[in-house]
Design a protein around this ligand. Structure first.
Ligand code: AMP
Ligand code: ZN
Length: 139
């Protein structure tokens, strides 16, 4: 896509610091470096997000994620690593070319703070069953 910043990176029109590339995917350092080694993995075929990505494209991309994650973790002796993928503006997506963040973790104050707020007191077992039913009828 001509005005997509990540397509421009793939095409070499704007610079990036690459760590892995093959004919289908590219992994390069996120310019923001939430933590040291923060990497983005993208398909070379432009697709906006998870709602549009083809199964074989994401399957290939994710087949390389464990290897890349382990390599990044080992390179910096990280203690762990978060995988993040934002889809849609409301979910924090700012670049609309599908990408997976690999964020190595060094400690609780390393610069990345994923927060899952616990709302379990707001849902009964019946509520959960109803929610599951709503989803399953669409499968
Ligand atoms: P998201 O908010 O999930 O869409 O993530 C987009 C990410 O792309 C952000 O973490 C940005 O720091 C990163 N980013 C934007 N432009 C560039 C660039 N030119 N090179 C590397 N990373 C970039
Ligand atoms: Zn693109």
């Amino acid at each position: 896509m001509s005005n997509c910043i990540f397509c421009k990176i793939i095409n070499g029109e704007i610079p990036s610091v690459k760590i892995y590339e093959d004919d289908r995917i590219l992994a390069f350092l996120d310019i923001s470096q939430a933590t040291k080694g923060h990497t983005l993995v993208i398909p070379k075929e432009h697709v906006d997000n998870i709602f549009e990505v083809k199964e074989e494209v994401i399957a290939y991309l994710f087949s390389k994620v464990p290897y890349l994650a382990k390599t990044i973790k080992d390179a910096f002796n990280a203690e762990g690593l978060n995988i993040l993928n934002n889809n849609g503006k409301v979910a924090g997506q700012s670049v609309f070319h599908f990408h997976v963040h690999l964020i190595p973790r060094y400690g609780s104050e390393d610069g990345y703070q994923p927060v899952l707020i616990n709302h379990m007191d707001d849902y009964t077992k019946e509520d959960l069953e109803k929610i599951a039913e709503q989803i399953k009828t669409k499968l």
